[in-house]
Design a protein around this ligand. Structure first.
Ligand SMILES: Nc1ncnc2c1ncn2[C@@H]1O[C@H](COP(=O)(O)OP(=O)(O)OP(=O)(O)O)[C@@H](O)[C@H]1O
Ligand SMILES: [Mg+2]
Length: 235
């Protein structure tokens, strides 16, 4: 099987004036389709930076990153955005929902960036958005605003939105960071269900209860991979 994600000696360096910070130091790993990977490590270790690179939101300073065999580093910005839109779905700690849009409108957002639109496109997209909200258990709350939903429900809207373009890979940065333990469990259960349907999931988390639910756990410390192992917890 070919990896969906493959990193080879990826580094990320930031320069602020004379200060150079090496945030990622020669990171190499591959992730295969259908895997569920958690990325753990202390604050400042470089987890979000790594996820941004995986998500094509930032480019490596050196090294290679291949997404579905496409060398991301050499792509022009426009093609990078298209690739991101087609293949990746994002979930963030603070949900990133637009407060004045309903749940349904938020879920529809990724489709508004698409150029080609068929005659019936709108209707089909609406139906898909409703299906995605049904799937995350919010079928009766299409028209609620984010402010009228609980934290866990908001995150489920964000997950429905991440699924809208049917991405191969879901990238989540601390998806349970703003949730209580009951809501966290629901979100983890949902991610596991999505993984069972074949989607690749990569989740950055501080929370061992979340991290150990993955099939594979990569820990990073100070920009270096410290361990990369299979988790024994399953189901
Ligand atoms: N734009 C930037 N310029 C300079 N340094 C940066 C920049 N972005 C991040 N860093 C530094 O890179 C390091 C890693 O940051 P990152 O956000 O990846 O950590 P993290 O592991 O996600 O931490 P946390 O668990 O707190 O979210 C930090 O020391 C941070 O200060
Ligand atoms: Mg972070």
């Amino acid at each position: 099987m070919k990896p969906v994600i493959s990193l080879d000696r990826v580094t990320k360096v930031y320069q602020n004036g004379k200060v150079i910070t090496k945030v990622l130091k020669e990171i190499s790993f591959s992730i295969f389709p259908g895997d569920f990977v958690s990325i753990m490590g202390p604050s400042g270790a470089g987890k979000s930076t790594l996820l941004y690179i995986l998500g094509c939101l930032a480019r490596p300073s050196s090294g290679w990153y291949k997404l579905d065999d496409v060398d991301v580093g050499t792509l022009p910005d426009e093609e990078l955005s298209r690739l991101r839109n087609e293949k990746l779905g994002f979930v963030f700690q603070s949900f990133h929902l637009i407060p004045q849009y309903t749940a349904l409108e938020n879920v529809l957002l990724p489709t508004t960036y698409r150029r080609a639109r068929k005659k019936n496109g709108r209707k089909q997209q609406n139906e898909r958005a409703r299906r995605m909200l049904d799937m995350v258990g919010l079928g009766e709350r299409y028209h609620y605003l984010p402010g009228e939903l609980s934290g866990g429900q908001r995150q489920r809207v964000a997950i429905a939105r991440a699924l809208m373009n049917n991405p191969e890979v879901i990238l989540a940065d601390e998806p349970t960071g703003n949730l209580d333990s009951k809501q966290s469990k629901e979100i983890v259960r949902l991610l596991k269900e999505l993984n069972k349907t074949g989607r690749t999931i990569i989740v950055v988390t501080h929370d061992p209860d979340v991290g150990y639910q993955a099939r594979r756990m990569i820990t990073i410390h100070d920009g270096v991979i410290q361990s990369d192992k299979t988790c024994s917890l399953t189901s």
